[in-house]
Design a protein around this ligand. Sequence first.
Ligand SMILES: [Fe+2]
Length: 288
Amino acid sequence: MMNLPEEPMQKRATVAELNYLANLDEIPVFAQSDRIGESIRVNDNRAPRDVPIINARLLPQTFSLDVEGFTLSGQITKVTDFNDDGQLVGIYTPEIEDLIARAAGGTSAVVFDHTRRSTDRAHREKYASRDPVPAPHSDYTDTSAFQRMRDKFGDAEAEDRLARRFSIVNAWRSMGGTIEQWPLTVCDARTIDESRLTQTRREAPVRPDPSFEYNRSSETRHAIFDPAHTWCWFPRMTADEVLLFKNFDTRTDGTARYALHSAFQDPDIPANPAPRETIETRAFVFYD
Ligand SMILES: [Fe+2]
């Protein structure tokens, strides 16, 4: 049976701080250290803003990856330990590819990385997991999305796939208990103005395949404040729930191309919250 939150939170919205960029003048650089447990180094200029974040559990559950750019799905996984790479490959990858393809309306999905995150330093040191990222961003630019395709499939196969529609979808879920702190908020794609985003350099050592981590140099997009942004979250997600959100789409016809996302701290978290331990998986989605 699926575990849903025991007490659906009734407040319609919270107000929390999001670390927007202060301006678009410089290209920010995020440098991922190769030292286990060490946090990312960031050189940029932030202007944190308090913003309303809507409790999406109280809205009609009609969210779509192609409209809002995010949706919540239920899934009972057969994985018993997300820290076990063998289970990620053998059990989780096919499970989540199936869920992502169906939710996206695609014909297939191909996972290309898994990233564990924990607020607990001991977990980060033991499993090379990462901190949550508390800044509004999207994981790809057009350039880095196409490059990731070439990295994954090689030039010849990528050329064939790049000739048709594809998207990149992230699947985010708890690795264990209910999310009690640092949940993820997603921004309705229809409220994002691309001119208020800047390309951001992400520097990281490349881990050879098979690597399950988002560990390579790339380009992402970060945002300056925009009062039009509509932020949503699903409070107290359980391990049987998966937040899916778009990070790229080749379509430019008004289909959602990406939902900005950010970790944030809800002011109403319980006392002594459990560590936030999550796994996010990135996959290409194909449509024919
Ligand atoms: Fe991200």
